[in-house]
Design a protein around this ligand. Structure first.
Ligand SMILES: *[C@@H]1O[C@H](CO)[C@@H](O)[C@H](O)[C@H]1NC(C)=O
Length: 312
């Protein structure tokens, strides 16, 4: 004890600027995800704007497998803080592709994550969530984690103290930002250790986050708990809206996203109605993630701001 006090005093006395900075705690973020009040808001009590098939962007209206019109930096610039993407191997390399890399190839996961890391470095006061789909059961430690390491995302990734975390366990956005660990990654399959040893910053989705049905063709988005895993109760899970509307092409069962409807689907009225529809299943609170197609159309951020109780 004596030594540590003397050492602090020494630091103080030797501080070249003559200020007390050497012994004061690091500066804390005062604006988090764009709003001062969100610095004190726990992650599990925050609503984030999400992009469905974020990598499947194209400005070509004939690209039917696209779900977005604008690229990742533009989506992030619009306020998207939750990026969903689907991984597949293409010639032995991990890519983000829509169902198949023949249908829509969004490029390598390393390139995608490098773009994300560049944005994170330029925007140090932002918390970002990634939700990746691993439908081919690719190895988490051998295929997925190396892409995170190559892009440097592992160095800014949050590792929770317990797994699963309840909705009420998460730190505030300010704590995440101040710690420098402000990327939270969920994986729909394999992160529980079924596809190779667990990687501590790639978190199993369904033990912590439940999903309502996806690919709805009903613009009222009837809410139910579609995918979830125990042991936590539904209310202890985070929750999200799969608020992206599909059309069933000529009744063939082929579902494609509907850019024509996006202005209405992504309007405040439709999003808030969906949030209200899911709230009874989520302990009466707002969803954590509002996931949209065509995030550049409509009022996604206004709806999310309203759910967070912050001005637009
Ligand atoms: C956060 O808490 C407030 C107050 O209980 C609640 O109104 C809001 O819906 C919550 N939001 C989320 C995402 O949990």
């Amino acid at each position: 004890m004596f030594f540590s006090i003397s050492f602090s005093l020494l630091c103080l006395l030797l501080s070249p600027s003559g200020t007390f900075s050497a012994v004061l705690p690091a500066k804390r973020a005062t604006v988090c995800n764009g709003h001062a009040v969100l610095c004190e808001r726990p992650y599990g009590n925050t609503t984030f704007l999400g992009s469905h098939d974020s990598y499947a962007f194209s400005s070509d209206p004939l690209a039917l497998a696209r779900d977005q019109e604008v690229d990742i930096p533009t989506q992030l610039g619009l306020g998207v803080r939750f990026l969903q993407a689907e991984g597949h191997l293409n010639d032995g390399v991990l890519h983000f592709c829509h169902t198949s890399c023949l249908l829509f190839d969004g490029g390598t996961v390393v390139d995608y994550l490098t773009t994300v890391k560049t944005w994170l470095d330029a925007n140090p006061n932002e918390v970002l969530t990634l939700l990746f789909t691993n439908s081919d059961g690719l190895s988490i430690p051998d295929v997925w984690a190396p892409a995170f390491v190559a892009a440097g995302i592992d160095t800014v990734s949050y590792v929770p103290p317990n797994n699963p975390m309840t909705r009420f366990d998460w730190p505030t956005l300010g704590d995440l930002i101040d710690s420098g660990k402000r990327v939270i990654t969920f994986m729909d399959a394999g992160a529980d250790g079924t596809d190779g040893a667990p990687v501590d910053y790639i978190l199993p989705e369904f033990t912590m986050l439940w999903e309502p049905p996806f690919d709805s063709t009903d613009p009222t988005f009837p809410c139910s708990v579609d995918r979830i895993a125990g042991p936590l109760s539904t209310e202890e899970h985070l929750n999200m809206l799969n608020h992206n509307l599909d059309i069933n092409v000529l009744d063939t069962g082929v579902l494609v996203s509907d850019p024509e409807a996006a202005a209405t689907t992504n309007g405040v009225t439709s999003i808030i109605a969906d949030a209200n529809g899911c709230a009874p299943l989520a302990g009466g609170v707002a969803p954590n993630f509002v996931m949209l197609d065509f995030v550049n159309i409509g009022e996604g951020l206004q709806a999310v701001n309203q759910l967070n109780g912050v001005p637009s």
